[in-house]
Design a protein around this ligand. Sequence first.
Ligand code: ATP
Ligand code: MG
Length: 441
Amino acid sequence: MTLQRTPPAAWPRPDPPPAVVRLVEALEGAGHETWCVGGGVRDAMLSHPSQDWDLATAATPAEVQRIFRRVVPVGIEHGTVGVLDTEGRLHEVTTFRRDVRTDGRHAEVAFGVSLDDDLARRDFTINAIAWHPLRLELRDPFEGAGDLARGVLRAVGDPTQRMREDRLRALRAIRFASRYGFSVDPATWAAVRESAPALTRLSMERVRQELEKTMEQVTHPGDALERWRDAGALQVLLPSLAAAPAHALRAADALGRPGLPGRPGRRLNRFSAVFAELGSPEAERAARHLRMSNADVSWIGAMARGWKDHGTSLGADLCQEGATDAGLRRLAAAMGRTRVLPFLRVCAGLWGAIRRLGEGGADPAAVRRTYRRVAAVAWRDPIELADLAVDGEDLQAAGVPAGPAIGHVLRGLLAVVLEDPTRNTREHLLAAVPGVRGAAG
Ligand code: ATP
Ligand code: MG
């Protein structure tokens, strides 16, 4: 066991915010040994800013609840109490615990163990480092700091056994390695691959959450998705994506990372880009398999349908700078005013991936110009039936019989207006009715 009193100068010293240190002081003041653990310590040692400072303590959940007034019982049965610090941030305070029984999905835990026991049940060495912010002491029994410095993801203890205890660890290994650009230690990687056939035992909600975190945390999700494929996880969990062309897995890489304030839709766009190549029925099926919400399933389906219907032709036009305003209005009409710009971002992700694989793909500058042109036509020009200068009643007054004919004529008139928006006047449109009816009949 390695026990460093203070980290060498080469490692940035974990520096939790004062509000977190005060939580530790309160617990220690009541006689309970308490350490910062997990993601906060790891990210601090990588010089990544971290909001997430979790604590491990000898105090029982009941004692934690007595010591702090502002608590949320987030996972009492696992020993976790959420405690709000003076800044209003929630931190997980978890009693030192060890797993007594696991079945690959759930664990039964026991309290009353030491910090070192608690660290030993954690998944990877880089996640099993503890920092005492009052004593300025690092506890790193599995040499996680060395793995951080070398850029290696390694299981704590015997990798095969640790993955057997909880198969989600195989997917977590891939996420952490991809997030930090680390390699996976060979024995750990072998255990990840061995886990693939057993991943069907995970609930699809947990799998979805893992993929969501991947889309949120990994700058280039393609790094993770290719590792899913190489490990055999993709074939088991999302076989249609495993069979998709190589650029599908890379389609989210050029789309900005979600999680930025005011951009909640980005995660969904990343999923949409990755699933688009499957076509709409299969993309929807995959999204439903991942237990996504109905709204997300239908959004992903619409994006996949758009990609199949318009993506290729629009990409070809863009390569030659040939997209006309009328063509872009037709695209906006087909996708809908609120969907067409996200759709173009999805396309940009796919074209970027295709381009990086050296298989063509639209020029990014042309895509940016087109994006601005589409934004202009979508919000300035008439592109929906409701934008037309005439409605169903006007058509009936002009002699079109009530019933399906009205819809046919309105759509015909919209086609006229998409071609030339200056014709969107009552006079022009009523004059065009006979021609449109003739064409429809
Ligand atoms: P982030 O929240 O940034 O994704 P994190 O390290 O905080 O990273 P969490 O999932 O919040 O990850 O878990 C907190 C800690 O709990 C981890 O650092 C790890 O020590 C431990 N842990 C979480 N999930 C598991 C698991 N499935 N098996 C073993 N230990 C785990
Ligand atoms: Mg966390």
